[in-house]
Design a protein around this ligand. Sequence first.
Ligand SMILES: CC(C)(COP(=O)(O)OP(=O)(O)OC[C@H]1O[C@@H](n2cnc3c(N)ncnc32)[C@H](O)[C@@H]1OP(=O)(O)O)[C@@H](O)C(=O)NCCC(=O)NCCS
Length: 160
Amino acid sequence: MTKKKGKSPKESAVETRYLIMPHQANPHGTAFGGVIMAWIDMVAAMAAQRHCGKEVVTAGIDSLAFKEPIRIGDHVALRASVNYVSRSSMEVGVQVTREDPYTGEQAIATTAHLTFVALDKNKKPTPALPILPETDQEKLRYEHAKLRVRARKELLEKMC
Ligand SMILES: CC(C)(COP(=O)(O)OP(=O)(O)OC[C@H]1O[C@@H](n2cnc3c(N)ncnc32)[C@H](O)[C@@H]1OP(=O)(O)O)[C@@H](O)C(=O)NCCC(=O)NCCS
């Protein structure tokens, strides 16, 4: 059997849905940010695992933007896909959409970019499968992620 050269983002993309319950809200009656962050980390980790087929750890949350409040009773859809792979590290993008279940009104509530690192059996960083973007949107996400990764590395070098 020939070894796979890579995977497209849609082969490992993950989508999941939740209903915001009162115990997940803050005193203003909107979703507590920490709950949304935990769901984002979870769904992004699953996409990274599905991409590389290995154990992964969250190395960092590179960006997180709460754009719209999510209310108690809203449905939320989280969509995660791998944007970019360096060597062992993978950038995963997550989009959180809130939906009013009665009117069907939808809005992008939160967006995030996270970096995961693939680990070998000794818990050491190990190369992840290359990502093969196919659609125009996947190719754009790949190019943007590449710029973010380069900027992060340059900033780290300047600060050391
Ligand atoms: C992430 C971790 C595995 C990196 O290990 P390390 O010994 O620093 O490894 P390296 O320096 O060889 O870096 C490995 C890769 O991680 C990337 N990386 C390391 N720290 C990073 C950070 N803070 N943000 C983004 N990427 C990072 C490197 O750029 C490198 O990427 P590449 O292989 O694609 O070039 C290690 O720091 C770790 O285990 N952190 C704790 C993770 C954790 O507990 N997460 C929370 C629960 S899952």
